[in-house]
Design a protein around this ligand. Structure first.
Ligand SMILES: *Cc1c(COP(=O)(O)O)cnc(C)c1O
Length: 404
């Protein structure tokens, strides 16, 4: 069979399940509004939770960084790619996380996918058992597959099951691996309970805070600040392409762990360092996250979340026959679970016709039968924006009910 025939058959099977994905080309930068095919769409899909990607101070900082440092970093960090800008970023992060992780140091990566790959493959050696939460991000799942460690999955937020698995484990090193905020559900992992288990069973806790960094906690330090955790057993991965509005990621952990990553994580050693201009701009992003702009935007997110949740609850109440549900989310990720793949895509299409962009999320990203609109809020949305989404959803719900 030719490869092309083989792939065409697989593509046809994807299409038959309403699972075809496609790229949409935007004609301006990300913000709460984006121009696509000449139409201005109000967006509820970005992970730029604080609206910093469109912040003029960030664009100016990239330009200033480029004037000072030029374009790319030219090499991997251990060769010649590590600049003073990179170091200022990791030093700031080490300072930020020192209250939560004693003797914290930080190491930078180009993406969160890379940071997860590094930490899980470097620490997950043949002496290790990885305890992996069921709803973990794809990058953590892929990293666990690549690691030499034995991998054991535990159910979503199932602390009791995890306790039994830890108690039964004879591995020399135990690593619990979890998202802090689940990216398709918006709920928080029970981190205090997970850390208590780590302490009771001599395990270590890898926390992927991609959606908590910048958003949760008074200062935006994320889920560790939100829960007020402190332990040398915490290994934090944060990403800088979401609320920080730029790109990149970091691992913050005890100095010995970070030193070991630097010595041994293959995708840290064998990959070009991020452009220094981006690192330079990250310092501006950190100032914004840390200062009054961050405080005000996080407060606005909380207000918008409450308004959206109230509206969605009322909508679900008024249309019980549709069987829509919500998750228990206290974050800017507020999914509306619709069920079927075709139904969710029809809903997304109806919203787009009303000038709103909300992505339909289907399997395998989420479990079969739980296709959903993944509504995300941005601090630069207004209450009127949220009301516009709710009104469009109300019209779409009434139409789906009539059609059913
Ligand atoms: C987005 C995301 C990542 C990957 O981060 P990138 O910087 O986009 O590669 C990792 N984990 C979670 C939970 C994410 O949502």
């Amino acid at each position: 069979m030719s490869l092309l025939d083989h792939l065409s058959a697989k593509l046809n099977a994807i299409s038959a399940q309403s699972l075809t994905r496609s790229l949409r080309r935007a004609d301006n930068g990300t913000a709460s509004r984006q121009r696509i095919n000449g139409h201005e769409l109000l967006m509820f899909c970005s992970n730029d939770y604080l609206g910093l990607a469109a912040e003029p101070a960030i664009a100016e900082a990239i330009a200033e960084g480029a004037r000072r440092w030029g374009g790319g970093s030219g090499a991997s960090p251990l060769v010649s790619g590590h600049s003073a800008a990179h170091e200022a970023v990791t030093e700031t992060l080490a300072r930020w996380y020192a209250p939560y992780i004693p003797q914290a140091r930080a190491l930078g990566f180009c993406t969160g996918y890379m940071a997860n790959l590094a930490v899980v493959t470097a620490l997950g050696d043949e002496h290790t058992e990885i305890f992996s939460e069921q709803l973990n991000h794809a990058s953590l799942i892929d990293a666990a597959r690549l690691a030499k460690a034995q991998v054991t999955r535990y159910g979503h937020a199932d602390v009791t099951a995890l306790r039994a698995l830890l108690a039964a484990s004879t591995a020399k090193v135990k690593l619990i691996v979890t998202d802090a905020v689940f990216s398709m559900d918006g709920d928080l992992a029970p981190l205090p309970e997970l850390l208590a288990l780590a302490e009771a069973f001599d395990a270590w806790l890898i926390v992927d805070d991609a959606h908590g960094f910048g958003v949760l906690g008074e200062k935006g330090r994320g889920s560790l600040e939100h829960f007020g955790l402190c332990s040398e057993r915490l290994i934090l991965v944060g990403t800088l392409g979401k609320a920080a509005g730029l790109s990149g990621a970091f691992v913050a952990a005890h100095a010995t762990i970070v030193d070991y990553l630097l010595q041994s994580a293959r995708n840290f050693i064998f990959s070009t360092a991020s452009p220094p201009a981006i690192e330079h701009a990250l310092l501006t992003s950190f100032e914004l996250i840390d200062g009054p702009v961050g405080v005000a935007r996080r407060a606005n997110l909380v207000t918008l979340q409450a308004r959206l949740r109230d509206g969605l609850l009322a909508l679900i109440d008024q249309h019980p026959r549709l069987g829509w549900t919500m998750t228990d989310s206290a974050t800017p990720i507020q999914p509306l679970i619709v069920g079927g793949n075709a139904e969710v895509m029809a809903l997304a299409t109806a919203l787009e016709a009303a000038g709103l962009r909300v992505p339909g999320i289907r399997p395998p990203t989420v479990a079969a039968g739980t296709a959903r609109l993944r509504i995300t809020l941005c601090a630069t949305h207004t209450q009127a924006d949220v009301d516009m989404l709710l009104a469009a959803l109300e019209r779409a719900a009434a139409a789906q009910e009539r059609a059913a």
